[in-house]
Design a binder for this molecule. Structure first.
Ligand code: PLP
Length: 355
């Protein structure tokens, strides 16, 4: 119960999460693409179970440890969507013995190391950088891409699955149209690669995954697989991009009020950067989160004229107006809608309340 909360706690609305899962799953079905949601957002076996109940049986994670945790809970088809870490090949090999495992690679060296040091079969996605500039072979670096494919073909135990990208640049788009343009461009680049290689590898697929694209683009059918993660919780960043409505946000952070300061229309909550992360939204009113009140089974809309103004390690400073301030008391519990729920959920994983 909210009234029993003593420390900053991630409050998760189960019905909203389940609705977010159902909506994305329906869109994947309507677009005829494989749905392989990223579990790094929630990292929770309970939330994973809601996906399972909805009919999901393939997942994405970002580390060998996360793959092991979900494999132990019965998930048997897992992609680790982070560049294969050569220091963890033994862990990959153990996983590949137990489950259907896909790894990411973008270099000949990585394929050689995996081939030499793994004894079980694993799928390989070649990670492509379609313009985001994080990891992956550049979409037009045909020499590198062809060399990796060739090395996979010669490995004997690795199976070439296709091309995978994460268009994280959608997070910096100006709005839905910008998100659509980035998505279309990435898919055009991946489809060119697919067309070039599909006669040699008829089953190869292209896999994309970022919540803004998967939420905003109506028909995802130009891809073969989608891997969004954040959509299960959404957050204020997604709301600002136009990827969700405010009432699709399924998480808030419940924070005890620790100090009231009428001279500056501010209050302090127990809830700082170690709980919420330092992600903020820029603009006229830069803020680190919006403030809600808990209601029976949920929370209110964000309080008007009220925002999380700044964060230190454990303190959150909220600025509001004098009327609102006079209605809040030390010891009350306020909710913060997070800017980036993946980081917040990761920080608060152990302190979680489902409502
Ligand atoms: N795939 C990869 C490789 C990622 O790195 C991420 C997130 O960082 C995702 C999928 C999921 O994207 P999102 O967090 O936008 O849902």
């Amino acid at each position: 119960m909210i009234s029993n909360i003593k420390r900053p706690t991630l409050v998760i609305r189960e019905s909203v999460c389940r609705a977010n899962i159902d909506r994305m799953l329906s869109k994947a079905k309507a677009s005829d693409v494989i749905f392989r949601p990223h579990f790094k957002t929630h990292q929770s076996l309970d939330t994973g179970q809601w996906f399972r109940e909805a009919g999901v049986d393939r997942i994405t994670v970002s580390s060998a440890a996360m793959a092991q945790r979900f494999a132990s809970a019965g998930w048997s088809d897992i992609s680790i969507a982070f560049p294969a870490n050569l220091r963890e090949i033994a862990e990959y090999d153990r996983l590949a013995k137990e489950i259907r495992l896909n790894l990411l690679a973008d270099s000949v060296e990585t394929i050689k190391e995996l081939t030499t040091n793994m004894s079980h079969q694993a799928g390989i996605f070649i990670e492509i950088d379609c313009g985001y500039g994080r990891s992956g072979a550049r979409y037009d670096d045909h020499e590198r891409i062809n060399a990796v494919i060739d090395q996979v073909r010669r490995s004997g135990k690795l199976v070439f699955k296709g091309f995978l990208t994460h268009s994280g640049d959608t997070y910096h788009a100006a709005g839905p149209e910008g998100v659509r343009n980035i998505h279309d461009e990435s898919l055009a680049r991946l489809n060119r690669l697919k067309n070039e290689h599909s006669s040699s590898f008829p089953g190869l697929i292209i896999s994309v995954g970022d919540t803004p694209s998967c939420s905003i683009v109506e028909d995802l059918g130009d891809a073969d697989e989608i891997r969004p993660g954040n959509f299960v919780y959404y957050d204020l960043m997604q709301y600002r991009l136009g990827a969700c409505e405010l009432n699709d946000i399924a998480v808030s952070v419940a924070c005890p009020v620790a100090g009231i300061y009428p001279l500056r229309d501010e209050l302090v909550v127990y809830g700082g950067a170690v709980h919420l992360s330092k992600e903020y939204l820029d603009g006229e009113e830069k803020h680190f989160g919006l403030v809600v009140r808990y209601t029976d089974g949920g929370w209110s809309d964000p309080l008007p004229n009220t925002r999380l103004l700044s964060l230190s390690q454990e303190h959150g400073i909220i600025r509001t107006d004098s009327d609102t301030l006079s209605s809040i008391h030390t010891g009350d519990i306020l909710g913060i809608l997070p800017v980036h729920s993946c980081l917040t959920a990761n920080l608060l994983g152990k302190d979680t309340l489902m409502i």
